[in-house]
Structures are given as C-alpha cells and as structure tokens.
Ligand binder design. Structure first.
Ligand code: ATP
Ligand code: TZP
Ligand code: MG
Ligand code: MG
Length: 246
C-alpha cells in the first residue's frame, strides 16, 4: 500500500528483483490480501484519512497472520496529520521494519528536526536516533541518507553504499521500503539480517547504475537502476559492500 507518485516504479522495481507485487487499497479486500502476502508495505506518501484506516485494517490482518509489516512514514514531521497518522499506525499495528530519512524518524521519537516537504535532514547522531526508534517501537529501524543505519536497538550496521543520484529519482526511498519487504518475506526468521541485506543490495544497485549511465543522465540512471535490481549477483554484493558493525 504505497503512494500514487511511486506506484509504478515500486511495482517494476519489485518485479525486477524477482518479487510479486500487488497494490490494493479497498477495505473489502485488504485484510484477505495482507494475510496471504509475504510482507506488507504501508507508505503514507499521499495519505488520506480513509487510506490510513485501510492501512490499519490491512496491518492488523497481517499481524494476525504473522506477515511482517514495513512502515515508511513519508513526510512525518512536515505536517501534524502525517506525524499523527504515522504514530497511529505504530500504535495500532505491530511494525517489523520502520524506514525513513532522519527527519521523519526524529519526528516520531520526539526529537527536534527540520523537515522540508518529503525531504528530511537532521544534524546529530543518526545511529542513536535509529536505536531509540527501534527500542521505542520494538522494531528494526532503518534511517537512510548518505550513510544508512540499520538496527534492532542493540545490534547496528552502517551501510556506506549508494550514490547521490539516487536522490534525483523520485521514489528511491519508497521503493526501498518494498525491497525490504521482499527481503524479509524471504527471511522471516532474521529480519535484521534480511533488512541489512536489502539496504546493501539496493545501495550497490545505485552505484552500478551510476557507473553505466553517468555520461547519459538521470533518466537513463532511473532505468539502469531497475536493471541493476534484476542483474546484481550475491558475488558482486560480497565484493562491493561497505558495511560496518557497531
Ligand atoms: P528523502 O525524502 O530525504 O529524499 P528518501 O525517502 O527518498 O528520503 P533516501 O534517504 O534518499 O530516502 O534513501 C533512498 C536511497 O538513496 C537509500 O538507498 C540511500 O542509501 C540512498 N542515498 C540517499 N542519499 C544518498 C547519498 N547522498 N549518497 C549515497 N546514497 C544515498
Ligand atoms: N510526494 C508525496 S509522496 C512522494 C512525493 C514527491 C514520493 C516521495 O518519494 P521518496 O522515495 O521519499 O523520495
Ligand atoms: Mg528521496
Ligand atoms: Mg521518502
């Protein structure tokens, strides 16, 4: 369940990866679909009150069926409605993975941060922020940016892969939520490990896409990025990953 800006990009990125996306929003069917899915993504990017209600119905059905839920609180902190809706989802649904930029995550744990539109930035210790959110919401938390941090509140990894051009394509944050869902669907026993793998794979796909298209431009990069989600091998990931454990 994602926003109208990134729906097609998300479906194509997930297909390229080998996952099977289904987008569905109707209250009449979301519980049925969520309970048989490998994972459920809740992304509030173009939210309405009705859509948040539908997400809660889907999220609670997923929880009853043991299906992991990923939350992307797009723009939390930018408006009271986005912050309160994200908090309501966190209150009423057990979230397995919370993924956002530093400003979004900070607004949910009550730390001061400046958020402009859906672009967030924050000074300070990203690792501490992610750990605090993971502990508070009993989940794995991913804070993305130039360096990505993944933590369950105790163990943590910093991932230094990725490329600045990823910020020039709308929806790279949103698609990452879906990709995390696909990886945790395939490894429900170890959500921290699966999430770290997803974020690392994704960042390397961005680097490889840049290598192939930097003389062409951002449009070509967007296509190449989808290609890399399809092409990248585990062997390449092992060679190219830049991760640090804390
Ligand atoms: P924002 O709204 O702040 O743009 P977002 O939801 O789009 O956030 P990002 O933080 O941009 O999400 O993360 C999306 C992907 O882009 C992640 O894989 C991240 O590692 C990568 N990324 C973002 N910024 C950079 C950067 N400066 N250098 C390398 N990779 C980056
Ligand atoms: N407006 C509402 S949702 C959205 C925009 C532009 C997409 C945000 O995508 P991302 O992945 O957070 O950059
Ligand atoms: Mg972005
Ligand atoms: Mg985002």
């Amino acid at each position: 369940m994602t926003n109208v800006v990134v729906t097609n990009f998300t479906a194509n990125g997930l297909l390229a990866l080998g996952a099977s996306p289904v987008m569905a929003y109707a209250e009449e069917e979301v519980a049925d679909l969520a309970s048989v899915a490998g994972a459920l993504l809740l992304n509030i990017g173009t939210l309405s009150k009705a859509q948040i209600d539908q997400m809660i119905v889907a999220g609670q059905a997923a929880n009853r069926a043991g299906v992991p839920v990923v939350l992307d609180p797009v723009g939390a902190g930018a408006t009271v409605f986005r912050t309160e809706s994200s908090k309501r989802i966190l209150d009423e649904v057990h979230i397995s993975v919370l993924r956002g930029n530093a400003g979004e995550i900070a607004s949910l744990v009550g730390v001061e941060a400046k958020v402009k539109g859906v672009d967030g930035s924050m000074e300070g210790d990203k690792l501490e922020l992610a750990k605090r959110a993971a502990t508070q919401f009993q989940c794995v938390c991913v804070v993305t940016g130039e360096v990505d941090v993944v933590t369950d509140g105790v163990r943590a990894q910093a991932i230094r892969n990725g490329h600045p051009w990823m910020t020039k394509v709308v929806g790279t944050g949103c698609l990452l939520g879906g990709v995390i869902g696909a990886f945790i669907a395939a490894n429900r026993e170890n959500i921290l490990e699966a999430t770290t793998s997803a974020v690392t794979y994704y960042g390397i796909a961005g680097e490889q896409a840049y290598e192939k298209t930097n003389s062409l431009g951002i449009g070509a990069f967007q296509q190449a990025f989808i290609n890399e989600l399809h092409l990248l091998t585990g062997q390449q990931v092992d060679q190219l990953k830049r991760t640090e454990t804390f």
